[in-house]
Design a protein around this ligand. Structure first.
Ligand SMILES: Nc1ncnc2c1ncn2[C@@H]1O[C@H](COP(=O)(O)OP(=O)(O)OP(=O)(O)O)[C@@H](O)[C@H]1O
Ligand SMILES: [Mg+2]
Length: 324
C-alpha cells in the first residue's frame, strides 16, 4: 500500500541528515508505528509521505503510484493527518474544524454536517455539547479526539498520526488508544503512527519501525522486536520489563502442556484457570492470586492443558535470555 524507498532529507544548514536511508513498506489495513527518541526524524518521515516535506532523494509510492509525481494538494486530501500538538484552528468551532477537508472537497453542506456529527459521536464526543465550542474550551483529551475526527472526516484510506494521544494524562491516553483500536477493527485504515512511547508502540502496532538519529535500526512485529532486539539501543528502548512485555503478547495456550486425556473437571487445579487465548501475564496473575505454581488452560469450557511456572520461566530464559 505504502512503499518508501531509501529516502533522505537534510534540512538547510544541518550538519547531518534528519532522515537517511529510510526504506519500509506498510501493508493495507495495518498500523505501522514509528518509535524513537525526540529528534530522531519521526515527524520528518511522516511529512514526506504527504509531501509537507520534500525528500532530497528516494521514492515514495502509494498503491504503486509515485507520490512525488502527484499534485500535493490532491494527495493530502486522500491522507488523513493528525498532527503533533493537535493543530486545531483556534478561531473556528469544533464542527468547523472537523469539516475542514469535506469543505475543501466541496461536499454539500448537509452531507458535511451529517458526517461531522457522526464523527464526533464516533470519537466519543457529544456533538450537541462540543460542536459549537472553540478548541480552547475543550480539555486536552477532547481536543485529541477532535483531531482524530478531523483526520477521518473524508474517510481517507490512509492516516498519518503524529503522537495523536500525546498531550493527555496516562489514563485518558489508554482510553483513547483502546477506542481507536476498536474503531480500527471496522475501519481497517492503513496507518503510519508516530510515538516515542514504546508501550504505546507495542500496543498499537502491527509492525514497528524503530528509528534512531534519522535511520531505521530495526523493523518487525512487536513480538519479533521484543524477542530479538537488534542492538543495545533497541534493548534499552524496550526497557527492563521486556520479559513481562513478551508475556503480555504470548498466549497461554502456546506454552501449555496439553493433556493426553483431559480431566472432566477443574478439581485438580482448584478452579485456577485461564483461557488459551489469554496472555501468559494473566496466567501469572492468576497463579499469584491463588498461591499456586500452575493454572489450567481452557478452550471454551473444556480444560485442554496445564501451564506451569517452570515452563513460563523456561520460555522467558529462552527468548529474552541473551539479548542482542
Ligand atoms: N523544518 C525544519 N527545519 C530544520 N530542521 C528541522 C526541521 N524539522 C525538523 N528539523 C530537525 O530534524 C531533526 C528531526 O526532527 P523531527 O521533527 O522529525 O523529530 P521527531 O522524531 O519527530 O522528534 P519529536 O519526538 O521531538 O517530535 C531534528 O534534529 C530537528 O531539529
Ligand atoms: Mg515529532
Amino acid at each position: 500500500m505504502i512503499r518508501v524507498d531509501n529516502i533522505k532529507k537534510t534540512f538547510p544548514g544541518a550538519n547531518s541528515p534528519a532522515v537517511d536511508q529510510v526504506t519500509f513498506n506498510v501493508n493495507e489495513g495495518n498500523i505501522c508505528v514509528f518509535v524513537g527518541p525526540s529528534g530522531c526524524g519521526k515527524t520528518t518521515i511522516l511529512r514526506m509521505i504527504n509531501r509537507l516535506i520534500e525528500p532530497d532523494q528516494g521514492d515514495i509510492f502509494i498503491n504503486g503510484k509515485d507520490v512525488l509525481e502527484m499534485n500535493p494538494a490532491t494527495l493530502r486530501r486522500t491522507i488523513g493527518y493528525v498532527i503533533q500538538q493537535i493543530g486545531l484552528l483556534p478561531h473556528r468551532t469544533i464542527e468547523a474544524n472537523v469539516a475542514l477537508v469535506p469543505g475543501l472537497l466541496k461536499w454539500p453542506r448537509d452531507k458535511t454536517r451529517q458526517r461531522v456529527l457522526e464523527l464526533l459521536e464516533m470519537v466519543g464526543l457529544r456533538p450537541g455539547e462540543v460542536g459549537h465550542k472553540y478548541p480552547h474550551q475543550l480539555s486536552g483529551g477532547q481536543m485529541q479526539r477532535v483531531g482524530v475526527a478531523r483526520a477521518l472526516a473524508a474517510d481517507p484510506p490512509i492516516m498519518l498520526m503524529d503522537e495523536p494521544f500525546g498531550a493527555v494524562d496516562p489514563i485518558v491516553r489508554i482510553r483513547l488508544q483502546d477506542e481507536f483500536l476498536r474503531l480500527q477493527q471496522t475501519f481497517k485504515k492503513t496507518i503510519c503512527f508516530v510515538t516515542h512511547d514504546i508501550n504505546e508502540a507495542i500496543k498499537m502496532g502491527d509492525y514497528l519501525v524503530i528509528v534512531n538519529q534519522g535511520r531505521i535500526v530495526q523493523m518487525g512485529t512487536p513480538i519479533e522486536v521484543l524477542t530479538s532486539p537488534a542492538d543495545d539501543f533497541v534493548l534499552r528502548l524496550l526497557g527492563d520489563d521486556r520479559g513481562v512485555k513478551i508475556l503480555d503478547l504470548t498466549r497461554s495456550g502456546s506454552l501449555m502442556e496439553s493433556f493426553q486425556a483431559p480431566p472432566k473437571t477443574s478439581a485438580g487445579i482448584n478452579g485456577c484457570i485461564v483461557q488459551a487465548i489469554q496472555p501468559v501475564k494473566i496466567a501469572l496473575e492468576m497463579m499469584m492470586k491463588n498461591n499456586s505454581d500452575q493454572v489450567g488452560v481452557c478452550s471454551g469450557d473444556k480444560i485442554v492443558g496445564i501451564l506451569t511456572w517452570n515452563s513460563i520461566k523456561a520460555h522467558i530464559n529462552r527468548v529474552s535470555g541473551d539479548g542482542p
